[in-house]
Design a binder for this molecule. Structure first.
Ligand code: GLU
Length: 604
């Protein structure tokens, strides 16, 4: 429905002889498409945060494409409709289950620090202290890492897809030309970034047409991105990774085109065409833990998602969550998260630079040792110390003291899941870090560059696995997950939300696997996130429902964000469940981020 409306509007613009440059056109007000958060059926499925993106993926499946083709098509469409969360200016992590050999594969498409990035890149020489994080550091060339998303799409398609890159990008190019109806989420995200976007000439031009956020109900078109997708389809990766488009990207990072009126410094960054030429997406062995007889696969470092979700599940395994009261369950969930986050901070970084004990962090023995630290009646004083994943496990060994570092990860990003009629499954999270990334749009190309490098710790500490180093990938929290029963898929899920991604995935998994909730119920349930801090960050609905009961254990709560702001919500999880008899349940967020969109090829 929305598609038809949008294409009529685009046609109307042309007939009226109006400029077709990127802009939201305030013609008649239109309704954003109705989103369906749950669908059940056969022949394949897609769940994403956006109805047009889900439709793009389903279209590919209907035309005979597989789950990988559909994932790339959906992701490229999200680059159009969720340009502040995803796109070729960013990076991500792609997890794939192959029905042919029943194995799980992953691609690390994380952004990478330029070769010239100094270890004190985030320190203001004028003060000797870190730059103010947002908007100053975030909105800068300094924060831009070498993007990995396009190379990830290409690698996934070459290894497991059936479409060429050009074919997989075609639905998104058409969508960018046709435009989408602005909804309140897109409008709010633009409003919240107005000061940053108005600091950069091409960003203000594209995303603040007429000086303001596109109005709800108008059609937002991005023909420059459509042309970029078509060019990439024709020319392949070389123009981006070191060619003409790469040169445009490095020029804008080196010399961000500031508007005359802004007071933001918009510092220049370090990325060069040599960095772009060198970039490679990396095939990695997934993390794997056994939980309740199931095999839970996740993303290995450079993301901390797989090790931290996996460790927390190992901590929770001996607690038998099925048998607990709801407050006891939530108490254990919060305490396990804190312990796993202590180990994440102490041990996880890019394995090319840091010796990460991935196997030990996800081992049953280490989980049992950490599990013993949980007092069933009393919340531990936070931060809790990290443990010793050294292969020698003693019942109840105490951890050693650890340094807590500030958590500045953004809360943007987007997750999608796809499955096809052959049984292949994709769980893919992609990001440009903060909502709106670095705020730097590549002029005339229709996409924003990431600020992923701000996921590094701001202050250099040689003991910190996530310290800045040239050529390194900043530690991520992205947690695309696939759960197998035996060697067959049971669940696929993931979420945005910076470091809360980990707790959102963990909470949803335990809600579903241990607490008798259906997948849609598990997704809708109020969320809390304990990341080894004195107070638990939680949605107001969680505090209202469970705050008093959990206070008796000593837990205290802080609302995630001001009511009505994007920050008030934790995550936006998208998932699939593979039901007995071969049907697929596609489930999206019912309300967060304006609600997601789930669809199947043949509805039941
Ligand atoms: N940069 C974050 C990460 O990689 C993701 C940002 C987000 O979810 O908003 O963990």
């Amino acid at each position: 429905m929305k598609k038809l409306v949008a294409s009529l509007s685009a046609g109307a613009l042309v007939l009226a002889g109006l400029s077709t440059s990127a802009a939201a056109k305030p013609l008649s007000s239109q309704s954003p498409p109705v989103k369906t958060p749950t669908a059940i059926g056969y022949g394949g499925a897609v769940s994403s945060v956006d109805a047009d993106a889900t439709a793009a993926g389903l279209g590919v499946l209907r035309r005979g494409g597989n789950a990988v083709d559909a994932a790339v098509a959906t992701a490229a469409a999200l680059g159009v409709t969720e340009p502040y969360s995803a796109g070729i200016g960013g990076g991500g992590y792609f997890v794939y289950y192959s029905a042919k050999n029943h194995k799980v594969y992953t691609i690390d498409g994380r952004e990478t620090a330029p070769a010239a990035m100094p270890s004190d890149a985030f320190i203001d020489p004028a003060t000797g202290k870190p730059y103010n994080f947002t908007p100053e550091l975030v909105t800068s060339g300094v924060s831009v890492g070498v993007p990995g998303t396009l190379a990830t799409w290409d690698s996934a398609l070459r290894q497991w897809g059936s479409l060429s890159l050009g074919k997989a990008l075609t639905p998104a190019a058409e969508l960018a030309d046709r435009g989408f109806v602005v909804d309140s989420t897109f409008n709010l995200q633009t409003q919240e970034n107005k000061a940053r976007f108005s600091a950069i000439v091409p960003t203000a031009k594209l995303f603040l047409p007429g000086g303001d956020a596109p109005k709800v109900g108008t059609v937002f078109r991005n023909p420059e991105l459509a042309d970029t997708y078509r060019m990439l389809g024709k020319e392949g990766l070389s123009t981006f990774y070191g060619g003409a488009l790469g040169a445009e990207m490095t020029a804008v990072v080196k010399n961000p085109p500031k508007t005359a009126t802004t007071t933001l410094p918009v510092m220049p960054g370090y990325m060069t065409t040599a960095d772009l030429k060198k970039y490679k997406p990396l095939d990695r062995v997934p993390t794997k833990v056994r939980y309740d007889g199931l095999n839970v696969y996740g993303m290995a470092p450079s993301s901390s998602g797989g090790t931290t979700v996996g460790e927390a599940l190992n901590i929770l395994q001996p607690k038998h969550l099925k048998q607990l009261s709801t407050p006891d369950y939530l108490h254990n969930y919060l305490e396990a998260s804190a312990l796993a986050f202590a180990d994440r901070a102490a041990y996880v970084g890019d394995p090319a630079f840091v010796d990460v004990p991935t196997k030990e962090l996800t081992s049953r023995g280490f989980g049992a040792e950490r599990s013993c630290q949980i007092n069933p009646a009393k919340a531990a004083v936070k931060p809790v110390p990290a443990g010793s994943p050294d292969g020698k496990y003693h019942h109840c060994a105490k951890g050693a003291a650890t340094t807590q570092r500030p958590d500045t990860e953004g809360k943007s990003t987007t997750h999608l899941v796809t499955a096809d009629k052959w049984g292949n499954v994709v769980s893919y999270t992609l990001t440009i870090e903060q909502t709106g990334g670095s705020g730097i749009t590549v002029p005339g190309r229709g996409f924003i560059l990431n600020n992923e490098l701000t996921d590094f710790s701001a202050v250099y500490d040689p003991a910190d696995p996530n310290r800045i180093q040239p050529g390194k990938r900043p530690r991520s929290s992205i947690s695309p997950t696939i759960v197998l029963r035996g060697d067959k898929p049971l669940l696929a899920l993931g979420s945005p939300g910076g470091s809360t991604i980990i707790t959102t995935v963990l909470q949803t998994l335990t809600n579903r696997l241990d607490r008798g909730m259906t997948l849609p119920e598990a997704i809708a349930a109020p969320r809390a996130s304990q990341r080894n801090t004195a107070s638990v960050t939680a949605e107001q609905s969680f505090i209202d429902k469970y705050g008093a009961a959990l206070a008796t254990y000593g837990h205290t709560f802080t609302p995630a964000g001001a009511p009505g702001s994007s920050a008030a919500e934790i995550g936006a999880l998208e998932g699939l469940e593979f039901l007995p008899g071969g049907a697929i349940l596609a489930a999206a967020e019912p309300t967060r981020r304006g609600g997601g969109s789930a669809g199947v090829v043949w509805p039941r």
